[in-house]
Design a protein around this ligand. Structure first.
Ligand code: SAM
Length: 282
């Protein structure tokens, strides 16, 4: 299985500057690529991940870095429960190469496996949800999260004979171009990826120290829109300038970045990545 290559890590490190002595929240530990770069730079890190398959890597890093590293095995939407303050909060969203490349996780249409798609390995699988959702629910998911044109036809086909494996799902999609968007849309819905992001972002302003930065790397246009609109709201760009705004923490936008050709050539998963950031100015 391919090890996860961190995306836009140079841009993130460049945006953070010297991290020595900083306290950083890594919302998406994954293979620990970002976390390790922060720790190597001399920061202390609190890292979240809801996937139990990353626990071994997290333990390994814990042995190496001791008190400078703490792992939280929970969804990042619960970060508001932390009684802590950070110099930076970093999200590297979506799924990791380990998740997509492991056929048993049922995320990929490239290998035949049981339809699962649970990031945390707990709760109902996508297959269970096909029984619970109506054809209308499924069509809405395919349209909203995948921009899938034949959403209704695919949703009806799913409800007619619920697919149990990745290949059964793949085979009921007529146009091969729709396969990847269908799989991605279902994964996003099952794991409530947009809701998780919205809830986590709500906690960020209070968790950041003055001068602290929030950086988000996104891979999906809806994710990117949530981040862009939230940051706009915090910086006051979208707000009504006539309204008093004294109690809201003030933020400034940091230059957005996308991967250059060299990074995309080296790592095709970087293709759709966007990095956005804000700094809390007072
Ligand atoms: C793209 S990977 C992160 C890769 C990491 N930056 C690295 O360099 O190795 C995304 C990770 O975030 C985790 N994740 C996604 N949504 C999450 C959520 N709501 N709560 C906690 N972890 C989440 C996934 O399980 C996955 O391991």
């Amino acid at each position: 299985m391919m090890k996860h290559i961190p995306v836009l890590l140079d841009a993130v490190m460049d945006t953070l500057g010297n991290v020595h002595g900083l306290r950083i929240l890594d919302a998406t530990f994954g293979a620990g690529g970002y976390t390790r770069a922060f720790l190597d730079g001399g920061a202390s890190v609190v890292a979240f991940d809801r996937d139990p398959n990353v626990f071994d890597d997290a333990n390994f890093i814990k042995h190496q870095f001791g008190e400078r590293f703490e792992f939280v095995a929970r969804p990042f939407s619960t970060m508001g429960e932390l009684n802590d303050a950070f110099d930076a909060i970093v999200f590297d969203l979506g799924i990791s190469s380990m998740q997509i490349d492991n056929p048993e996780r049922g995320f990929s249409f490239r290998a035949d496996a049981a339809l699962d798609m649970r990031m945390s390995g707990a709760g109902p699988t996508i297959c269970d949800m096909f029984e619970q959702w109506s054809a209308g629910d499924i069509a809405k998911i395919l349209r909203e999260y995948g921009d899938v044109r034949p959403a209704v036809a695919i949703a009806n086909a799913i409800k007619q004979k619920v697919p149990k494996t990745t290949f059964e799902l793949r085979d009921l999609i007529h146009n091969p171009r729709d396969v990847a968007p269908v799989f991605q849309a279902l994964r996003i819905a099952l794991n409530d990826e947009m809701g998780e992001l919205e809830r986590a972002l709500m906690a960020v302003p209070d968790l950041l120290k003055v001068g602290g930065k929030c950086i988000c790397v996104t891979f999906h246009s809806l994710e990117d829109r949530i981040v862009k609109n939230t940051f706009r709201d915090w910086t006051g760009v979208a707000g009504d300038p006539r309204l008093p705004n004294v109690s809201r923490p003030r933020f400034e936008l940091i230059r957005a970045r996308t991967p250059d050709k060299k990074e995309i050539d080296r790592n095709s998963r970087a293709r759709s990545a966007h990095m956005r950031g804000v700094v809390k100015s007072y």
